[in-house]
Design a protein around this ligand. Structure first.
Ligand SMILES: [Zn+2]
Length: 188
C-alpha cells in the first residue's frame, strides 16, 4: 500500500498509513480519534476492481473524515448522549408509581430502552450522515466528481446495492450524488 501512501502524501499532502483488510470487504474506514493514529483500512476486494484514481477517491473520502475531525466529533457526541441515557434510567427507577404496578414498570423499561436506542444510535447517526456528505465533497474535489461518483457506483455494485440504500449512518446514493453535483456546481 506504499504506492497509495505516496500518492496521498505527494498529491494531497496527507500522511496516512494504509492497511489492507483481506477478504471480501468492499469498504474503507478511517480509524482512531487520536491525531497520531492516521490509519486508513481498505478492503482488498476494492483494489481488484477499481482503477487507481477511483481508489484514490475512496481514500480521500476517509482523509476527508479525518480532516473534518469527524471521529473526534462523533466521540464527543456519544459522550454527551451517554449521561442523558443514564439519567433517563435513573428517573425511571425513582418514579414510585412504577414500582407499584409490574406492567407499568416493565412498560417503562421498554420505553426507556427505546428512547435509549434512539439517543445512542439515531442522534450520532444523524450527525454521521452529514459527515458522510462532507467527506464525499472532500473526495470529489480531490479526484474530480466524475471519478469519485464512478467509484461510489462500483462500491454500490459490489456491496449488492448497500450504497444505494443508505441507512442510519449513511445517506442513500441518490442524496450523495445530488449533494456532490449541487455543491461542485455552486463552486464553479
Ligand atoms: Zn464515510
Amino acid at each position: 500500500m506504499a504506492e497509495y501512501e505516496a500518492i496521498l502524501l505527494a498529491k494531497h499532502r496527507a500522511r496516512f498509513s494504509i492497511r489492507l483488510i483481506p477478504g471480501k470487504i468492499t469498504n474503507a474506514y478511517v480509524t482512531g480519534i487520536l491525531p497520531f493514529s492516521r490509519v486508513i483500512l481498505v478492503g482488498e476486494e476494492l483494489l481488484k476492481i477499481m482503477t487507481q484514481r477511483q481508489i484514490e477517491g475512496i481514500l480521500m473520502h476517509e482523509v476527508g473524515h479525518f480532516k473534518h475531525g469527524h471521529m473526534r466529533k462523533l466521540f464527543y457526541i456519544s459522550l454527551l448522549v451517554s449521561p442523558l441515557a443514564i439519567s433517563l434510567f435513573n428517573i425511571r427507577s425513582e418514579m414510585a408509581i412504577l414500582n407499584n404496578f409490574l406492567i407499568l414498570d416493565l412498560a417503562s423499561v421498554g420505553l426507556a430502552g427505546g428512547v435509549l436506542g434512539f439517543l445512542m444510535l439515531y442522534i450520532p447517526g444523524r450527525f454521521q450522515r452529514k459527515y458522510e456528505l462532507q467527506a464525499d465533497l472532500f473526495a470529489a474535489k480531490a479526484v474530480g466528481a466524475e471519478t469519485y461518483l464512478s467509484a461510489l457506483d462500483i462500491m454500490d455494485e459490489v456491496s449488492g446495492g448497500e450504497v444505494s440504500k443508505g441507512g442510519n449512518t449513511h445517506p442513500n446514493l441518490v442524496s450523495r450524488v445530488k449533494h456532490i453535483k449541487s455543491m461542485m456546481h455552486e463552486e464553479q
